[in-house]
Every structure is written in structure tokens, then in C-alpha cells.
Design a protein around this ligand. Structure first.
Ligand code: XIL
Length: 324
């Protein structure tokens, strides 16, 4: 790639099949994705509720089509995500599961990893398990969820071990938000990772979602958080980057655009300083164009991405590229 490491983008269902998605056509998306990115993440369709709706039913068709299309166009795919406790994502059969929960979760992980073996380069094995600052916790660092309630921190260890047993090659990531901010959650991340490594759990790296704003967190905190993981010899991925503007702007003024350009530039530059080349798992932006962003909502507009509502490159794209 241009960058020497993956530069990725999240896309929504229909990217591969000429759909209209959030007011843009997939042809418009493809025209900006192909020249600028060499990795993709499915924004939703590879989450657990989509892939595994019932105990004995796995639905792989949509994901298979997406991956075939990506690979045929020279774009690799990052898998997101094997385990995430968000309510709308957990299949109801899991919530109510009365059998052997650990065996059920092992089958979930191993069936999915086995199905996509050789066609995804990496997986977010566990998403968002760490407690937010001030939240009630399990084992002092995890949030209380279906998975941590049933299995304690072992749900994380076992899921990495089970994934690795099926696919010896694929990179295995722990993925979370606000872990770049340098507060209690960053300390908890390091405790989690150090514990996993002391137990020889096969973790390849950490995904920093990096849903940041125009002025939070500060760049020093971001750089030292990335470096703390790199210093442990792990790969570092920025997995869901977006730069929210709505805390400071009610419209996307030229001044906002230029500050955003600078913010993208300093984040990419911090990543390059903090992470040695061999440990760069890449940088993925969470959506193609502003109209497509999960944080741009009716009544609460935002302009967090690299392309505008007309698929024109924003100054942010220049900021990103200038840093490479
Ligand atoms: C978001 C998607 O972008 C939305 O379309 C969906 O409604 C909710 O999930 N952290 C994650 C992502 O790990 O999976 C989330 O994606 C954004 C926050």
C-alpha cells in the first residue's frame, strides 16, 4: 500500500451489490474507496447477531459476498467482531442460555473463525469488555455483561485460545474505545493485556477504536497509550477512527475543516511515532462519507469522516495523507 500498512474503511451492507446506502449509491462509495483504501471492515454484518442468530444456525451469505467482492478488488478484510455484549448484538438464545455456556461460546468462536479462515486477515475477538471509568466492574477491570457474569475474565482468555486453535495464522485483537485517553480505562487495558500475556493467551494486538472528538483526548495521551501497547511487542491497530466535530461546531465551517485536517494529521503522525513498522496493523476510518457516519444523526449533525456528503475529499483526507 501507499502507507506500508493497511489503510482501512468500514462499509455498510450493500457495498458490494449496487445498493443505495444512506443516500449514497454503492458505486459512489466504491469510486472513493478503491483508490484510497486497501482494507475494509463490515460496519455491521459480521457481528454476532448477524452471523449466529440461533444456536444451530449460522448465516454467512451476506458476509461471504462482501468478502469475495473485497478480495476480488484487492482489498483485505478485518473481521469485526466475534464477541460483543451490546444488547442489540447478542443473539437472544445466548442471553437465555441454560446449557454449558463456555462450550456454546467456544462453538460460536470456532465455527465463525473456521468459516472465514484464509479470507480475513484479523479478528476483533472481544469488543468493549473493559469497564468505563467509574463503572461497576468484574475482576476490577471488566464491565458486567452476559459474558463476564457467566465466565469472568475467562471468556476473553478462552475465546482467544479457541480462535487460535482453529486458525494458526489470523491476527487476534482485543478492541475497545476510550483506551487511548490515558485514564483508568487505559490502565485497565494494560492490566488486561499483561494478565493475558502472563497466562500465555495468544493475543496479537490491540485495536484502539479512536472515536475521538476535535479536542479530546489530547495527542500526548493518545501517543503514550498507543506506545504502551507497542512497547509490549503487540500489534497496534486504530480500528474505528472518526473525529467528531459537534461538541465544538453546529455547522462545518472552513475553520472546522482546517482544524479537522490538523487533527487527522496529528493522530496519524502520533501512530507512526508510537508504533514500529512491523507492529502496524493499520488505521481504519469508521465510515466512507459524512452521511454514512454512525455519529451523524438527525437533529445532531456531525462531520467526522474523510469525504463529504457529495463524496468530495475533505481537507481531513489531505491531513491523513500528508502524515504518511
Ligand atoms: C456501529 C455501527 O456503525 C452502526 O451502524 C450500528 O448501528 C451500531 O454500531 N463501536 C463498535 C462498532 O465496535 O461496531 C460500532 O458500530 C460503533 C462503536
Amino acid at each position: 500500500s501507499l502507507a506500508g500498512f493497511p489503510v482501512g474503511v468500514a462499509v455498510n451492507a450493500g457495498f458490494e451489490n449496487n445498493s443505495i446506502i444512506n443516500s449514497g449509491s454503492s458505486a459512489q462509495q466504491q469510486a472513493v474507496v478503491f483508490p484510497n483504501f486497501n482494507q475494509m471492515t463490515a460496519g455491521n454484518i459480521m457481528k454476532m447477531g448477524y452471523l449466529h442468530p440461533q444456536e444451530n444456525t449460522f448465516t454467512f451469505d451476506q458476509a461471504d459476498q462482501f468478502i469475495s467482492f473485497a478480495n476480488a478488488n484487492g482489498i483485505e478484510v478485518h473481521g469485526h467482531t466475534l464477541i460483543w455484549h451490546a444488547d442489540y448484538q447478542v443473539p437472544s438464545f445466548m442471553t437465555n442460555y441454560s446449557g454449558d455456556f463456555a462450550a456454546m461460546l467456544k462453538n460460536h468462536v470456532q465455527t465463525i473463525v473456521g468459516h472465514f479462515q484464509g479470507r480475513v486477515v484479523s479478528w476483533d475477538v472481544v469488543n468493549e469488555a473493559l469497564a468505563d471509568d467509574g463503572q461497576a466492574t468484574v475482576d476490577n477491570i471488566l464491565c458486567s455483561t452476559l459474558f463476564s457474569q457467566r465466565m469472568g475474565h475467562d471468556f476473553i482468555d478462552q475465546s482467544f485460545i479457541n480462535a487460535r486453535a482453529i486458525d494458526p495464522q489470523v491476527d487476534l485483537f482485543y478492541n475497545d474505545y476510550n483506551i487511548e485517553a490515558g485514564g483508568q480505562k487505559t490502565a485497565n487495558l494494560l492490566a488486561l493485556v499483561d494478565g493475558m500475556r502472563s497466562r500465555s493467551v495468544p493475543i496479537t494486538g490491540v485495536g484502539f477504536q479512536m472515536h475521538v472528538t476535535i479536542d479530546w483526548p489530547n495527542i500526548t495521551a493518545i501517543e503514550s497509550s498507543l506506545k504502551a501497547i507497542a512497547d509490549r511487542g503487540l500489534k497496534v491497530k486504530i480500528s474505528e477512527l472518526d473525529v467528531s466535530m459537534k461538541s465544538a461546531y453546529t455547522s462545518f465551517t472552513p475553520e472546522a475543516a482546517s482544524r479537522q485536517q490538523q487533527r487527522y494529521h496529528e493522530i496519524i503522525a502520533a501512530y507512526l511515532r508510537a508504533v514500529p513498522p512491523a507492529q502496524r496493523a493499520g488505521i481504519t476510518v469508521w465510515g466512507v462519507w459524512d452521511a454514512d457516519s454512525w455519529i451523524n444523526q438527525p437533529g445532531s449533525p456531525d462531520w467526522p469522516l474523510l469525504f463529504d456528503a457529495n463524496f468530495q475529499a475533505k481537507p481531513a483526507l489531505q491531513g491523513f495523507k500528508d502524515a504518511l
